[in-house]
Design a protein around this ligand. Structure first.
Ligand code: NAD
Length: 495
């Protein structure tokens, strides 16, 4: 039993916190057999509020075996049947919204309105793939005309097999929904490995599987750290790995998949640009820039962390953005009006503090923030902005995953596009300008998987998500997210 006292303004049923049985295998919860306890930490206070024992490597094998056994029947269900399960999960997420919001406020440090968006997004993703699943049956066996008249051809789609889903901690439930909903819709069974930092909210998917009557073994959950993820990648029953996380781990996942020659989807990091054109409305540009770097305390793969502003408006814009950053209410769950919370993990706090310290040592021009927030026990840092950051400085080139914005100015659109595309990553970008057509023309020149014009961070279930270059392999969401879990089978008949 936890001895932690929940903050008075957060109600979470104790069953969601006391997870002595945290491993879901073949429709049954089991106590983890892993080595060391995993702690769930409240980043607003740095207090531990729950702990559980992770899965052991042997339990990963059992979960993979259960997913493989369940696959034979699940793959034969109709798209319409699977659609019914997905809709029920979407409904279940809505019904549990208040608990899930509270859990994410507590475990991730998200302001309440951000946690609400997350749960709504997860539910909408299940609803969307329920819609796609309904149409799958009619897509089977489409005829293909062949050059040889005596032969007929038809295309069929097969679920790719039991899949391993490995996710990060910054948007628990959402990034999982982006994988789990299309995987189930396609007819795949799954073994889910949540992040060790934000496991508790993800376990609710296991509760929902039972609630909606998902057949045993269709969803299995193995909480744990890198050893659990690595065991999942290596398990020969798992026919595909879909991974969201850092580039370093993504490389390991890809290496493990290469050894067995199974496909991977990788959703990795970014260093996304935002271009503020000379005709931009400054107050609108400030709102978009702030949302792009301070939402979720900057812990977004798609954070627009490199800002390029036309030199004609650079001073006025920067002054207004600095004012906005300085006014942001940075607070934990003790303040319902918080606009930016703490970083989610102690490790991330350490990393971002090191970035701020390096900036100080290197003499970067800090115009807002630049410090850990004082007088706080949690993992708080100030919204931070640096001007004229050299293009070869790590702050310009490397993902920080915190509320730290690097600014440079440009004198021509060509220069802005060249600077924006000069990165190893290619996940997202924003362009801001009053002439929407001109801004959209710039958007088309950017090497990024998702570009926003005069808005930021808006992601819908039917729009593609994923990056070019080092930001990953494949696309999630939309029909592309479903295709990632389907194999194509062609049947050629002579009679
Ligand atoms: P991480 O790479 O440290 O961990 C991600 C997951 O991989 C965790 O579940 C972790 O336990 C697991 N893992 C660790 N070692 C493993 C191994 N050897 N084999 C298999 N799994 C292993 O990343 P993180 O710190 O949790 O997340 C932050 C990163 O995720 C950032 O780089 C961010 O940009 C990226 N991200 C990308 C997207 C996207 O859609 N592109 C979305 C969210 C986060």
């Amino acid at each position: 039993m936890t001895t932690f006292s929940l903050p008075l303004n957060l109600y979470i049923p104790s069953a969601l916190l006391d997870r002595r049985e945290s491993v879901l295998i073949d429709g049954r919860w089991h106590a983890g057999h892993g080595a060391a306890s995993i702690l769930s930490v409240d980043p607003s206070t740095s207090e531990t509020f729950a702990s559980f024992i992770p899965a052991s490597v042997e339990q990963v094998a059992e979960a993979s075996e259960a997913a493989a056994r369940a696959f034979d029947d699940w793959r034969r269900t109709s798209g319409r049947e699977r659609s019914g399960f997905l809709r029920a999960i979407a409904k279940g997420l809505k019904e549990r919204k208040s608990h899930l919001v509270a859990l994410q406020v507590l475990n991730n440090g998200k302001p309440r309105y951000e946690a609400e968006i997350d749960v709504d997004d997860a539910s909408a993703t299940f609803e969307y793939y329920a819609g796609l699943a309904e149409h799958l049956d009619a897509q089977q066996g489409q005829p293909v005309e062949l050059a040889e008249g005596a032969l007929t051809g038809a295309t069929h789609f097969e679920p790719i097999g039991p899949v391993g889903l490995i996710v990060a901690w910054n948007f628990p439930m959402v990034t999982t929904a982006w994988k789990l909903a299309p995987a189930l819709a396609a007819g795949c069974t799954a073994v889910l490995k949540p992040s060790e930092f934000t496991t508790l909210a993800e376990l609710v998917y296991g509760d929902l599987a039972a609630q909606v009557g998902l057949p045993a073994g269709v969803l299995n959950i193995v909480p744990g750290g890198g050893d659990v993820g690595a065991a999942l990648c290596a398990d020969k029953r798992i026919r595909k790995i879909s991974f969201t996380g850092s580039n370093a781990t993504g490389g390991r996942v890809m290496t493990a998949a290469a050894q067995r020659v199974v496909p991977v989807s990788l959703e990795l990091g970014g260093k996304s640009p935002i271009i503020v054109l000379g005709d931009a409305d400054i107050s609108q540009a400030v709102e978009i820039a702030a949302a792009g770097i301070f939402f979720n305390c900057g812990q977004m793969c798609s954070a627009t962390s490199r800002l390029l502003v036309a030199d004609t408006i650079a001073d006025d814009f920067t002054e207004a953005l600095v004012a906005k950053a300085n006014q942001l209410l940075v607070a934990g769950h003790d303040n319902p009006n918080a606009e930016m919370g703490p970083l989610t993990t102690a490790e991330q706090y350490r990393k971002v503090k090191a970035v701020l310290e390096r900036a100080r040592v290197d003499g970067l021009d800090c115009v807002a923030g630049g410090n850990p927030a004082r007088d706080r026990q949690g993992f708080f840092v100030e919204p931070s902005i640096y001007r004229n950051v050299p293009t070869d400085h790590p702050m310009w080139r490397e993902e920080i995953f915190g509320p730290v914005l690097a600014i440079r100015s440009f004198s021509s659109t060509d220069e802005a596009v060249a600077l924006a595309n000069d990165t190893d990553f290619g996940l997202a970008a924003s362009v801001v300008g009053t002439d929407g057509e001109a801004a959209a023309a710039v958007a088309r020149r950017l090497d990024a998987g998702h570009v926003w014009v005069n808005t930021s961070q808006m992601i819908f279930p039917n729009t593609a998500w994923g990056g070019f270059k080092a930001s990953g392999i494949g696309r999630e969401l939309g029909p592309w997210g479903l295709a990632a879990y389907r194999g194509i089978k062609h049947i050629t008949r002579a009679a």
